[in-house]
Design a protein around this ligand. Structure first.
Ligand code: CTP
Length: 205
């Protein structure tokens, strides 16, 4: 059994110099990978574009787009593995990516988008843990995602809260398990949250 962890944002290019993305820094996912490696587990970290050092003992594979992330996850994931999805995957990508930098005269102010694959929902493996970073109705949304994506647990957090959003070193989360039980954790470092997540994963049958 190994751990496959996604982290960071994805970039969906419009042309070689422009893209759609989000402010994810990858800190939570890198902490999860580190926590699993600390236990001596085989860990593959599939990272979008981030500025972080690879944790010791972790095999890191860098990707750019959601589709690249899915391809690497599918290649790496075995039926017996644990998949932990912390990445802030862009849900949409431009319908076309221009081969050369677009000139403003070539653009008409609209951008046609198409849906990206839902990595967490589509992969099949022994155990899946996801994240729900929300700004409102946090627990309702998290419960829906846990059910729809077939997860063992979802880690919910309110990204509008100070010390819990993108780029912070701390997080305040709630664990919502598939049996419906909820555990609210106090504000703690992302590494401490990561160790709790891995402890939960280790306890899964
Ligand atoms: N996720 C994923 N692939 C996607 C979108 C999300 O793997 N294309 C994973 C994230 O890594 C996270 C979980 O699914 O673990 C929830 O992501 P989130 O963006 O909150 O959910 P969405 O499914 O995009 O839902 P919505 O747009 O309704 O908030």
């Amino acid at each position: 059994m190994k751990y496959v962890v996604t982290a960071g944002p994805t970039r969906e290019h419009i042309d070689p110099v422009r893209f759609l993305s989000n402010p994810s820094t990858g800190k939570m996912g890198f902490a999860v990978a580190r926590a699993a490696a600390e236990l001596g587990r085989d860990v593959v970290l599939v990272a979008g574009p981030v500025a972080l050092r690879t944790p010791k003992g972790v095999r890191r594979i860098d990707v750019t787009s959601a589709r690249e992330m899915l391809a690497v996850v599918e290649r790496e994931l075995d039926g017996d593995d644990v998949f932990i999805a912390t990445a802030a995957v862009a849900d949409w990508r431009p319908a076309e990516c221009a081969a050369k930098k677009l000139k403003k005269r070539e653009m008409d102010g609209t951008l046609k988008l198409v849906r990206n694959p839902d990595i967490l929902k589509s992969v099949r493996c022994r155990h899946k843990i996801g994240f729900a970073a929300e700004t409102n109705d946090v627990m309702v949304e998290a419960a829906r995602k846990c059910r729809e994506k077939g997860l063992d647990m979802i880690v919910a957090n309110d990204v509008t809260e100070r010390g819990a959003g993108f780029g912070a070193d701390t997080n305040r989360v709630a664990f919502l398990r598939k049996d419906g039980s909820v555990e609210r954790l106090p504000m703690m470092s992302k590494l401490a949250v990561a160790r709790r997540i891995v402890r939960f994963a280790e306890g899964l049958a």
